[in-house]
Write a protein that binds this ligand. Structure first.
Ligand code: SF4
Length: 233
């Protein structure tokens, strides 16, 4: 038994033969965001960007029609906590689908909403694994400058430490987006997080080269070398 509703034989049968149900889902719950990162792929100046966000009723319908193999949903955006109904969205997945874990990608600028989310979702489904990918890309002042939110670095740290102290099935990780903004200092940034901030869980990804953001060609090879270097740490 994988979850209350997803059975191991059903999932394997779907993986090997039927291949008609998702195992994992990335749900962009909103394009809205209170940050304005210099490397963001979202076109915040285009009003079309904010059209088409699924309503809570549409999400309820979606969650009832995802089959019986879904093990994980990743709630992302934009900033997922910009949606005031994010707790309700998580509960709909838990109630109507077969997930056993929820991952949330966040800039951690709304720590009070994150705390409420953890408390409410944990109460609703204590065994569900909750993963939080907290975006921190640089030393404090540079991080705040690039993401254009005052004191954001401190909010990220407080959120990471708060989540780290919670139960074993709540797992925060700091994610460094490697971009032209930080690629010249990536080792210093990594060491700062590890040694000064005592972050135990750090990962890295390359900036998304799409939408309104295009990676300068000369930076791409450099990013690759840096990511390989970080993965080997
Ligand atoms: S936090 Fe994410 S969604 Fe928001 S502006 Fe930055 S990169 Fe874009």
């Amino acid at each position: 038994m994988l979850t209350r509703k997803a059975s191991f034989p059903h999932v394997i049968n779907n993986l090997l033969f039927k291949k008609n149900e998702p195992i994992s889902l990335v749900h962009f719950v909103t394009n809205r965001c209170n940050a304005r990162c210099s490397f963001c792929f979202i076109d915040f100046d285009n009003p079309e960007t904010f059209k088409g966000e699924l309503s809570i009723n549409e999400i309820e319908e979606l969650t009832k029609n995802l089959g019986k193999s879904l093990l994980n949903v990743n709630l992302t955006g934009g900033e997922p906590f910009a949606r005031k109904d994010i707790v309700e969205i998580a509960k709909l997945y838990l109630q109507n689908s077969t997930i056993q874990s929820i991952y949330v990608t966040t800039n951690a600028s709304l720590p009070d909403r994150i705390k409420i989310f953890v408390e409410e979702v944990s109460k609703f489904s204590p065994k569900t694994e909750l993963g939080f990918q907290i975006s921190i890309d640089d030393l404090p002042s540079s991080h705040n400058r690039v993401r254009k939110i005052k004191n954001l670095f401190d909010a990220c740290m407080d959120t990471y430490k708060f989540l780290e102290k919670m139960s074993d099935n709540i797992n925060p990780v700091v994610n460094i987006t490697v971009s032209e903004e930080n690629c010249d200092n990536i080792k210093e940034i990594y060491n700062y997080f590890k040694d000064k901030c005592k972050i135990n869980s750090i990962k890295a990804c390359i900036v998304r080269d799409e939408g309104v953001y295009k990676t300068p060609l000369d930076k791409k090879k450099k990013y690759l070398q840096l990511i390989i270097g970080l993965q080997n740490k």
